[in-house]
Design a protein around this ligand. Structure first.
Ligand code: HEM
Length: 444
């Protein structure tokens, strides 16, 4: 492979390790600092390979061009292993094979499918809020993680919270999560080796779940996916579908960071909170929250989108140059790893005061999204049928529903605590985000 064109700004760092140590310390700061220094396209050397980062809407068209960027061969081996050890999962597919698989997976997130998930999501969130209110004060991060996994597992796979399979999945995923931040050394007793063993148990469990759905489909998202694949003439076998479900659980879990961020920003921005509370009490003061009720609250959509834009969650997406790529007056040689800086791209100067939390930027009068194609891409750019996040609408609805239920049920504040951030993926509050709850005043 040719070396990355020297004219690209950036640095290769130390011999052998490159800039990997700095990268591993804090991926978000690594990308942010270099983008500030070098601009929207810069080179580095991480994880054993010359790598180019691109950021911001100006370069999204390059990133989305399938003749230039491929997903095959882009994910580091340790991550591939933890995601199932086989590149036949949707984020790593290209071309028609990807399009076909993605169409099937999206069947689990159609408007009808999401509408069917809402009652279950609502009762789980209400139960969690009731528990928090009863306890009065405590950390929320761990329970939001559980909420995110349970919500996806029940909606898509019909697994019951508290049931034996979901309880096992939660325990195994906790072991797996530690392997994502561990050194990738597969020796007996290491966190990475334990993660791989947990992965195998998860895949075996999910294969059983898929087989049950193939034999006798219940009304849930996985049945929709399997039916869509069958209609398309390419039925999914149990092993492949299990790997996709494993990726779904890992990808879907990260919504918890957005739910935590929602609690924090609404605490820190009382004007936003009270305006949103008024909208919620006008349109959904009690009772089931239907899609129509969510659609009737435009300010809710603005707030949720601004949380998505500002919440650090996914630092980057992985790609590889399929050909020599001319960009920013330089050439990225074919075969080079090319990363789209997801979080940084949403802080691009196309937005007014991009660091500021300001839901008004998404008002119909200002809508800053329209300033450039894909300016707003917190879950990847392009169309849903491309590599944009399959769970985009599901995450939106989870966040909207959570805000509605929290605001109409409770008031909250954040007592004295260490609100600094542990820069893992997704980043977490060191304190676990301790929240003090009180019952909301009854309306009407
Ligand atoms: C707010 C929380 C979430 C964030 C920030 C997020 C972010 C992302 C990002 C940045 C990508 C990569 C896009 C690209 O490579 O161009 C992605 C892909 C993906 N996400 Fe999400 N995601 C979230 C929630 C979810 C949920 C709830 C699911 C549900 C299963 C999900 C499933 C997926 C899948 C399957 C892909 C791969 C899509 C493909 O390659 O075609 N994500 N997500």
């Amino acid at each position: 492979m040719a070396a990355v064109n020297r004219l690209l700004p950036g640095s290769e760092g130390l011999p052998l390790v490159g800039e990997t140590l700095d990268f591993a310390k804090n991926v978000f700061a690594f990308i942010g600092r270099r983008r500030a220094r070098h601009g929207d396209v810069f080179r580095t050397h991480i994880l054993g390979s010359p790598t180019v980062f691109i950021a911001g809407p100006k370069h999204t068209a390059t990133w989305l061009d399938p003749t230039k960027i491929q997903r095959a061969g882009a994910l580091p081996g340790n991550l591939l292993a933890l995601f199932g050890g086989d590149a036949d999962i949707v984020p790593l597919l290209d071309g028609e094979v990807h399009a076909q698989r993605k169409r099937c997976l999206l069947a689990a997130f159609s408007p009808e499918a999401i509408a069917a998930y809402l009652p279950g999501l609502e009762s789980r969130m209400e139960a969690l809020l009731a528990k928090w209110l009863e306890n009065g004060e405590g950390p929320v991060t761990a329970e939001l993680k559980t909420l995110a996994i349970e919500s996806l597992a029940e909606s898509v796979m019909g697994l019951k919270p508290g049931g034996p399979e979901l309880t096992r999945l939660l325990a195994e995923n906790a072991i797996l999560a530690k392997a994502f931040t561990a050194l990738p050394i597969n020796l007996p007793g290491t966190a990475f080796a334990k993660g791989l063993q947990a992965r195998d148990r998860i895949l075996a469990l999910l294969e059983g779940v898929v087989q049950r759905h193939i034999d006798s489909p219940p009304p849930d998202g996985l049945s929709r996916i399997l039916a869509a694949a069958k209609v398309a003439g390419a039925p999914l076998d149990a092993k492949t579908a299990a790997r996709e479900m494993h990726h779904f659980l890992l990808a879907g879990m990260i919504v918890y960071a957005e739910l935590a961020a929602t609690l924090r920003v609404l605490h820190e921005h009382p004007q936003v909170r009270e305006r949103l509370r008024a909208e919620v009490l006008a349109h959904a003061p009690s009772g089931p929250v239907s899609p129509a009720r969510l659609r009737a609250m435009p300010y809710l959509a603005q707030v949720v989108d601004e949380v998505k834009r500002t919440c650090p969650n996914v630092p980057m997406s992985f790609g590889r140059a399929k050909t020599d790529i001319d960009i920013a007056g330089c050439t990225i040689p074919r075969g080079t790893l090319v990363m789209m800086a997801v979080y940084e791209s949403n802080l691009a100067t196309v937005f007014t005061a991009p660091e500021k939390f300001d839901p008004e930027r998404f008002s119909p009068e200002r809508d800053e999204r329209k300033r450039a194609p894909d300016a707003f891409a917190p879950q990847g750019a392009g169309e849903l049928t491309g590599h944009k996040c399959a769970g985009f609408d599901f995450a939106t609805v989870m966040m909207q529903l959570f805000a509605v239920l929290a605001l109409r049920t409770a008031t909250w504040d954040l007592p004295e605590q260490d609100l600094s951030i542990k820069w893992v993926v997704p980043p977490e509050h060191r304190s676990g985000l301790v929240v003090r709850w009180a019952k909301a005043k009854q309306v009407g």
